[in-house]
Ligand binder design. Structure first.
Ligand code: 4AD
Ligand code: MG
Length: 442
């Protein structure tokens, strides 16, 4: 009987329900999993998910075949099945659809699915991450992550940036030696990349404007809600851009990503109970403060630090509060706390021409970048001052030897951006399989 019916029904994905219905197709097949079910006498309800969405199925005795009506009792959470029925508008909410079920065909009964709708501890959920990603909020978060990555690529591709892939196995550090993962490499040693920037600079000299996009690694011993040991970073790099150009690119970019998600993933943001009005206000230009100006704001707010120190979470949160929901640029930081490659400010050589973008509501730094030192002699001196091995960086120094130009770029951390846009309190939920100091499984 099922096979006969299949010939006249159309397989569809739940997210396409509106389009399919508008075409006048009503005999449909959904292939998916049981999310939950309930019965009230002669009528039974189930919610099916197929990966693209959730849909209620209604079973009424007489309208549904008898065997299916009986099989309903065997359904457990995450049982896989094929459902055939009539697609119709939900009488209680005409904007959504439901399925008048004619038959169900069980593919596999899921026995004791470990994640029930009741509350579970985070440790348990993290151990079951391979199953947890099916849950509503995790599903919405990862869908938004995919949309963010899509909009990142769109932004740069549409503006003529060339994708320039950097290696993951590298011979030297980019962001200091204290967070390097080492790995044996035949008869020598390699490091997992901390940032593709140095290679991005090579790309900028060859193509004018490029972006590097890939996973990066930091042996972060800190257990915070903002740190992963493996995270994704997108790193544009542009020849002839100075610090101001760099901030302008960064704010147009962040606005594009946020507004793309607001317009395309409103349903998922709603699932996460994210305040859309706050995100809708994120429009360039963003406020800019120098490190020195930021210090004054922090002192006023009671979280000042001595000049020359890096900001921690309390400082970043306070800066965010000052600018009410807007990301804020902090620029011109003390050179002593920045990496070797920064150009120093001609007006005050103690300052590096860096720019960090601090997200509102305590989400912290989502962009780090700046203008690069372009002088061969100065950069050579910096490599030495930072105790780095000159031969490892000779290729990088070559960029300053053969037609050096001013250039700038930055890196945006995908996971912190996802956490901010989704309103999550920890980056561990922003990537399918987070890697942290004590998390390597599954
Ligand atoms: O500020 P960072 O260290 O900058 C760089 O790596 C530059 N080389 C980028 C460039 O100019 N091309 O890192 C950039 C961003 C941070 O602002 C943050 O969003 C993210 O990468 N990030 C991390 N995200 C998660 N976990 C960590 N451990 C992170 N470290 C940095
Ligand atoms: Mg940084």
């Amino acid at each position: 009987m099922n096979d006969n019916m299949s010939a006249t029904t159309e397989r569809f994905y739940i997210e396409d329900a509106g389009k399919v219905f508008a075409k006048g197709v009503t005999n449909v097949t959904v292939k998916g999993w049981v999310h939950n079910k309930r019965s009230s006498g002669k009528i039974k309800f189930m919610v099916v998910r197929d990966g693209t969405g959730f849909m209620q199925g209604v079973l009424v005795k007489g309208e549904c075949d008898d065997q299916s009506f009986e099989d309903f009792e065997k359904l457990t959470q995450e049982t896989s099945l094929v459902v055939e029925g009539t697609l119709r508008q939900n009488p209680r909410n005409p904007l959504s659809f439901e399925l008048g079920v004619k038959s169900i065909k069980i593919h596999q009964i899921a026995d004791n699915y470990p994640i029930s709708p009741k509350e579970h501890g985070i440790e348990f959920l993290m151990e079951n991450r391979h199953l947890w990603v099916r849950s509503t909020k995790q599903h919405a978060t990862l869908r938004i992550r995919a949309e963010i990555i899509k909009s990142i690529r769109e932004f740069y591709d549409d503006r003529g940036f060339v994708l320039f892939d950097a290696p993951i196995l590298t011979p030297s550090s980019c962001e200091g030696t204290s967070t390097l993962f080492k790995t044996p490499y035949f008869d020598t040693q390699a490091f997992l990349t901390q940032s593709g920037q140095l290679y991005g600079e090579v790309g900028a000299m060859a193509f004018g404007k490029v972006y590097v996009f890939g996973p990066t690694f930091r042996a972060e011993k800190s257990k915070t809600r903002k740190h992963l040991t493996e995270f994704w970073m997108v790193e544009p790099e542009v020849a002839w851009n100075d610090l101001d150009d760099n901030m302008k690119l960064g704010e147009e970019f962040v606005e594009y990503v946020v507004q793309s998600v607001v317009s395309r993933r409103a349903a998922e943001l709603k699932t996460l109970e994210r305040d859309l009005t706050k995100l809708a206000k994120v429009k360039a230009p963003f406020p800019r403060v120098s490190y020195d100006e930021a210090l004054k704001i922090l002192e006023k707010r009671g979280v000042g630090v001595p000049w020359g120190e890096d900001f921690g979470a309390p400082q970043e949160t306070a800066l965010g509060e000052e600018f009410e929901g807007m990301p804020v640029w902090m620029h011109r930081m003390p050179a002593q706390i920045k990496a070797f490659y920064f150009k120093h400010d001609a007006a005050n050589p103690k300052l590096a021409l860096g720019c960090d973008l601090i997200a509102p509501d305590g989400y912290g730094e989502i962009i780090g970048g700046g203008q690069r030192e372009e002088s061969y002699e100065t950069l050579q001196k910096r490599v030495a001052e930072h105790g780095l091995n000159m031969t490892d960086y000779q290729w990088y120094l070559d960029m300053r030897k053969y037609g050096s130009v001013p250039h700038s770029g930055f890196g945006l951390g995908v996971e912190r951006t996802v956490a901010w846009i989704c309103g999550l309190d920890h980056v561990r939920e922003t990537i399918p399989f987070p890697r942290m100091i004590h998390t390597l499984r599954p």
